[in-house]
Design a protein around this ligand. Structure first.
Ligand code: GLV
Length: 378
């Protein structure tokens, strides 16, 4: 990992080391990928004010996330199928996050189960929930998260139906992986990945198999999601979830001020401003475009987390300047995992931390709390 200097290096390595179907699953977006591109392009347009001759010797990235101390304002977002990017991927990513002093969020669509992670790490992690039609199963999933002492529940609200990702269909992306001839040729050139996967605890959805009917053979993920996910899910269901989950609740996937206003009345402690990394509603605005108005309207009532296109410490600084209290990364650490397991995830976090501390210095800022829109050039 010595020659890795930025997240793009991890992406390149991930692409070389992991079969195309799984790399593309993480890397690509829905339909024509307009929103995927807008997330990055709009962040890159935001310019900083360079400030000089300020004492920047006491720079400090530490902050609080939902009342808990964190080493920096960064969270590992829920990402499905991490255990297909690297054997036991969820456990490794969680360990890297905890070693770096930041939260890790486990996806419902994980390969390792909640219990697999809990028995492999020392500290609590967050659990992300998708609501499926089988509400009895969802209740039991929340109870499993309570039983292992997950410290926050992240309810994803922007995926009742799945936005089509053309590339997943073209690649025949299945879970567990299908051993077709073209896949075998691909796997043959990725021996480290294959041995990691074969050594891993599981090769299918650990939270679901054995608990939810119809999960033994998930094959085409999008078809399966569209048959299992509950399209009736609505604001009233938040009360039902809160009646089961007593802890901190985060609503992930808010992109509209009106929805943010409703979210602020649900009792949830935080929202994640997100368009699901450009994987859902193609043509939606970038997350950074809507962040300032959402932060203005509800930022004093709930914690605002930002998700969408973060690939650097500069991007974290941009989002904080526009009203976020912390940022989630998804692809940035998934690339690290595919590139080099736990060490790769640690590298992704370290790269972003270093970029953030340097950017703060060059903008004349010492603490996270000092970052406001005055660090930006207009
Ligand atoms: C699931 O959350 C996905 O975006 O694939």
């Amino acid at each position: 990992m010595k020659h890795i200097t930025c997240i793009e290096d991890l992406r390149e390595l991930h692409k070389r080391r992991v079969p195309k179907a799984f790399f593309d699953y993480a890397d690509r977006g829905s339909y024509s990928e307009e929103t995927l591109r807008a997330n990055r392009a709009d962040l890159q347009q935001i310019k900083f004010r360079q400030r000089v001759l300020v004492d920047i010797s006491k720079r400090d990235l530490s902050t609080n996330i939902l009342g808990e101390p964190a080493a920096m304002p960064l969270i590992l977002a829920p990402v499905g199928l991490l255990g297909m990017q690297h054997g036991d991927g969820e456990i490794l990513a969680c360990r890297a996050a905890q070693a770096a002093g930041i939260p890790f969020t486990q996806s419902t669509m994980s390969i390792c189960s909640i219990e697999d992670i809990a028995s492999s790490v020392d500290k609590p992690f967050w659990f992300q929930l998708y609501v499926m039609k089988d509400r009895g199963f969802i209740k039991s999933l929340i109870e499993r998260a309570i039983a292992v002492k997950c410290s926050a529940l992240v309810l994803t609200v922007d995926l009742q139906v799945i936005g089509q990702r053309h590339q997943d269909i073209k690649n025949g992306m299945t879970v567990p992986p299908e051993w077709s001839v073209s896949k075998l040729i691909d796997f043959a050139t990725k021996p480290t990945w294959v041995s990691g996967i074969l050594r891993g605890k599981r090769r299918t959805f650990g939270n679901l198999v054995g608990h939810l009917k119809g999960t033994d053979d998930v094959t085409a993920l999008s078809v399966w999601i569209n048959s299992q996910f509950d399209t009736t899910l609505n604001w009233k269901d938040i009360d039902w979830i809160r009646s089961i989950w007593p802890g901190k609740l985060i609503l992930k996937g808010i992109l509209d001020v009106e929805d943010a206003e409703i979210a602020a009345k649900t009792g949830a402690q935080a929202i994640v401003v997100s368009n699901h990394g450009g994987r859902q509603l193609d043509g939606a605005p970038s997350s950074i475009e809507v962040l300032p108005e959402i932060a203005d309207s509800v930022g004093s009532r709930m914690e605002i987390m930002f998700d969408g296109g973060i690939r650097s410490g500069q991007d974290v600084m941009r989002a904080l300047a526009l009203g976020a209290k912390s940022c989630m990364i998804g692809r940035a650490y998934a690339y690290g995992l595919g590139a080099g397991g736990q060490e790769g995830v640690a590298k992704a976090i370290e790269v972003i931390a270093k970029e953030l501390t340097t950017t703060m210095g060059l903008c004349g800022v010492n603490t996270i709390a000092e970052i406001g829109d005055d660090v930006l050039a207009v």
